[in-house]
Design a protein around this ligand. Structure first.
Ligand SMILES: Cc1cc2nc3c(=O)[nH]c(=O)nc-3n(C[C@H](O)[C@H](O)[C@H](O)COP(=O)(O)O)c2cc1C
Length: 184
């Protein structure tokens, strides 16, 4: 995809009090991120979703935040449960991103035998690049989303494969400055 440089903002991107949501989304697509699967177990039912809103808040105490749309099927369980897991994905996991971001594929999400129960009870992915098991420390409602602060109680580093990178509306491939794939 070719990216056009815009010297100054077009005049029609504001609604009068805020940037238009579609323009905001286009802007944020220029900000590449990793992808994680946020998972939870509630009354023995597993649920989860793909997120790119993960951020590290503090190393002491170790804390992350994720922003979860209130319409996500896992939203109620995440708020009701005391624990959730953040499964950081590697390059090989793009199929899981599709499963965990498509409401039509909810039933397929935990079919892999790579899922197991973590120390705090939430589903964790054995093949993840890393796993953070969190207790829900705080929640803040903002717009369409709830910001969940998770205090990281357990965690481990997994596969050393290249991390999965998402940007420009799709999965990207990491390359070195010489143009070679990161893990080729
Ligand atoms: C790369 C990527 C990142 C996403 N990040 C978020 C996010 O941070 N928060 C969120 O609520 N939804 C996010 N989504 C959308 C959800 O994954 C999607 O709406 C999902 O279907 C919600 O779960 P449900 O189908 O069980 O309702 C993201 C989707 C993709 C593909």
């Amino acid at each position: 995809m070719r990216i056009r440089a815009i010297a100054r903002p077009p005049a029609s991107t504001a609604t009068g009090h805020a940037l238009r949501p579609d323009v905001f989304r286009q802007c944020m697509q220029r900000f590449c991120s990793g992808v994680a699967l946020v998972t939870v177990a509630r009354r023995r039912i597993w649920s989860g979703l793909a997120v790119s809103s993960l951020a590290s808040v503090s190393a002491n105490p170790p804390t992350v935040l994720v922003c979860v749309n209130r319409k996500a099927s896992a939203h109620a369980a995440l708020l009701a449960s005391e624990a959730f897991a953040v499964n950081l994905l590697g390059e090989a996991h793009s199929g899981l991103v599709e499963d965990f971001s498509d409401p039509a594929r909810r039933a397929a999400r935990f079919r892999s035998p790579d899922w197991t129960v973590g120390q705090l009870g939430a589903p964790v992915l054995r093949t993840a690049a890393a796993v953070l098991e969190c207790s829900l420390a705080e929640q803040v409602e903002w717009g369409t989303h709830t910001v969940l602060f998770g205090q990281v109680m357990e965690g481990w580093v997994g596969s050393a494969d290249a991390p999965l990178v998402y940007g420009l509306g799709g999965v990207l491939r990491l390359v070195t400055p010489t143009g070679e794939a990161q893990n080729a």
